[in-house]
Design a protein around this ligand. Sequence first.
Ligand code: BEZ
Length: 256
Amino acid sequence: MSPRDEPDWDATAYEDDHSFVYEYGADVLELLAPAAGERVLDLGCGTGALTGKIAASGADIVGIDSAAEMIERARANHPELAFRQADARTATFDEPFDAVFSNAALHWIDEQDAAVSTVADALRPGGRFVAELGGDGNVAAIVDAVLAELAERGYDADNPWHFPTVGEYASRLERHGFEVRDATLFDRPTELEGEDGLENWLDVFADGLFAPLSEREREAVVAAVEERLRPAYYGDGVWTADYRRLRFRAVYRPEP
Ligand code: BEZ
C-alpha cells in the first residue's frame, strides 16, 4: 500500500481481529484464477495471507507492501516467498508479470494514476490486473459520523481514502492501456465482532482521522460515533460496517 494517512500498522491486531480482510479476498482470488508457473505480483500484500494462497496454486509470487511491519510479518508467515517493502506509486520490477493482484489496498493510495501506471509497467502485454478495493460509498456511515463529531469539536477533516465508482476506475484503467472485462460495485456489510468491534476497527484502520486529537478527545469522539451508529449498526453483540466493494478484472492491451 502507498498511503496518505495510512496508520502505523499493528500486524497482530490486523491478523487477530480483522482477518475478514483477507478471508473475503478469497473471492477475488477466484477471479484471478492463478495458474502454475505464472508470475504474479500481490500489490499491498499485508501480512501475506493471500500471497500464500496464490503461491499454493504453483504461481511464482512477489508480494509488496509499503508498511515495514506488514512485510516483516509476511516474511515470518511465509519465509519461502518473496516479499519487498515498496511504494505502489513508484515500484519497478526487473521482470514482467503475467498478473497483478490487489485486495483491500488500492483505496489507501492518494495518487491513483501513479499506482495504475506502476501496474501497467509491471505487466506483460496481455497480462491481467485483478483487484478489489473499497468502492463508492464504502464505510460512508462510519466516515460521516466521525467527520460530524470532529466538526462539532472544530476539527476539519476529509475522508482519507479513495473509494471510486465503476465509471471512474474503468476510465482510469482505460487511460492506462487496460481493457476492462468486469467491474462491479456491491454492498458487503461486514461484521465487527463484539461490543468493541467498531472501536477496534477505528483503532486499526482510521488512525489518520484522529491525528489532531488528544487521547481524551479521541475517546470522546469514538464514544459519540458509537452512539450515533448504534441504532442502525449494532445488534446481538455485533457491529456491522457498511462496506461496499469495487471489484474488477482488466487486461493490459497497450497501443502497439
Ligand atoms: C476497506 O477495506 O474497505 C477499508 C479498510 C480500512 C479503512 C477503510 C476501508
